[in-house]
Design a protein around this ligand. Structure first.
Ligand SMILES: C[S@@+](CC[C@H](N)C(=O)[O-])C[C@H]1O[C@@H](n2cnc3c(N)ncnc32)[C@H](O)[C@@H]1O
Length: 447
């Protein structure tokens, strides 16, 4: 049943979560020159590197080793231009029919659905390209040479997800055009593209999507499929939402059930929450873990990763989740209520750590040094201020969950300058057929 709600400002919304199409501005120039390009390698952001007349060109919808004809759509920068593939002149053996016909290179670029920018690449190669981006970022910005394999989600953790990387999205945002029609944005634009299917969505949502509907005056239509209960269609109004209780949903991970606001943050892939819980449990070094220390789950949401730590080390573990969204913190407190050592705090992570650095007494310092800190920041990463404060508190180990390889690599570089080393790294394909990749890194304090 469709419901109408008005959005509050500054809340994470379903379609704005990881892996959603992120249109850039300004709109691509439709009259740019058409050139032929030899595609050399993958770059961050779902585009590929080529050269034209000595200048770097970032081209979309290609594969390294291909020759393509492409339109230059952005010539504003001196050092690089941007281009969109119009046709493939010499195809890679890794090219496949796009998993989403409406995102295919067969369509005019302005009419190609965004959000599935790797769907024309065979699955093994998609993962190899994501590994290359992660490896390259860690080398250039993190100063570490490390090999990494991007692993698929264990099918047991994500029943119903197809091997071709369709059927995984539990959250989909449909944009609304001026005439009320709905669809995704075209890649790199704010133009709504009508589509007949949303194949990355879990089957229950794909069947429900009101793709022929008209929603005049609405801002967006969110589709949400929690693992417990029925999927929902939520029409997001153009105005602000009045105060009042927000609808909640439940998500099951193993034996645990998490309650959260329906428009609150939750991992998007059907198997992501279980995959990351398992990865955090595997990566924490048990020899370095002290259950009585000031352990933290930073950017903790509704307590998913704190619960993973508790389920590995026992209910006596002390851990504090820190999250800026008061509603999510409230849920975290309830979700972790059966666990005496867990505490949920509403705070910005930088401010919480400032207080911890300034407010901790000499007697409390060892509890910080002995701590394990899990952090799962938004796409922009933790950043210099948070890294500085962490380095001052100097916990034994950090388990950093990252949805942006470049932000992770930057923070790894900062942490290495402050006496930490990258001890372990795992990566998971939580966003098949897009360029996004999730990494989990363990860093330990050098003694
Ligand atoms: C990537 S999500 C991770 C949530 C949780 N770990 C999970 O896996 O469900 C990042 C979370 O950080 C919160 N957040 C964003 N910026 C923050 C900040 N500066 N301080 C505290 N929390 C923040 C968001 O509200 C969101 O819940």
């Amino acid at each position: 049943m469709a419901e109408t709600r008005r959005p509050r400002r500054r809340r994470p919304r379903a379609g704005e979560q990881r892996g959603a199409a992120r249109p850039a501005s300004p709109a691509p120039d439709p009259d740019g020159p058409v050139v032929e390009l030899e595609v050399e390698r993958v770059a961050h952001g779902g585009v590929f590197v080529a050269h034209h007349e000595g200048r770097v060109v970032f081209v979309s919808d290609a594969i390294p080793g291909e020759r393509v004809s492409a339109r230059i759509t952005d010539r504003r920068h001196d050092r690089f231009w941007r281009a969109e593939t119009l046709g493939v002149l010499r195809a890679s053996p890794d090219r496949q029919d796009h998993v989403w016909a409406e995102a295919s290179v067969e369509r005019a670029p302005g009419n190609r659905a965004g959000g599935a920018e790797f769907g024309h690449i065979r699955m093994d190669r998609q993962r190899a390209l994501k590994a290359e981006v992660l490896r390259d970022a860690l080398s250039r910005m993190g100063g570490v040479e490390t090999d990494v394999e991007v692993r698929p989600v264990d099918p047991e953790l994500a029943p119903g997800v197809a091997p071709d990387g369709t059927g995984w999205r539990t959250r989909v945002r449909l944009q609304v055009a001026a005439d009320g029609a709905v669809g995704p944005y075209a890649a790199r634009s704010h133009t709504v593209v009508p589509v007949a299917s949303v194949p990355l969505a879990v089957p229950g949502l794909a069947a429900l999507a009101p793709l022929d509907g008209r929603f005049p005056g609405a801002r967006a239509v969110d589709l949400v499929a929690p693992s417990v209960g029925e999927p929902a269609i939520v029409v997001v109004d153009a105005e602000r939402m009045p105060r009042g209780p927000r609808p909640t949903i439940e998500e099951r991970v193993g034996d645990r059930v998490f309650r959260l606001d329906r428009d609150g943050f939750w991992q998007v892939h059907r198997g992501a929450a279980a995959t990351l819980s398992r990865a955090v449990q595997d990566l924490v070094d048990g020899d370095l873990f002290d259950p009585a220390a000031a352990n933290l789950d930073l950017y903790g949401g509704v307590g998913l990763l704190a619960a993973a730590v508790g389920d590995r080390f026992g209910r006596a573990v002390r851990i504090t989740t820190v999250e800026s969204d008061a509603g999510a913190t409230e849920h975290a407190g309830a979700n972790l209520a059966d666990w005496v050592g867990a505490r949920a705090v509403t705070a910005r992570v930088d401010r919480f750590l400032d207080d911890a650095v300034q407010g901790s007494t000499a007697a409390e310092r060892p509890r910080w040094h002995d701590a394990t800190v899990v952090l799962d920041p938004p796409r922009s990463g933790a950043g210099r201020q948070v890294v500085d404060r962490l380095a001052e508190l100097r916990p034994r180990q950090l388990v950093y969950v990252a949805c942006d390889p470049v932000a992770l690599a930057r923070d790894v570089g900062l942490l290495r300058e402050r006496g930490y080393r990258l001890a372990d790294l795992a990566a998971f394909d939580l966003f098949p057929n897009t360029h996004h990749v999730e990494a989990v890194a363990r860093l330990t304090a050098i003694v």
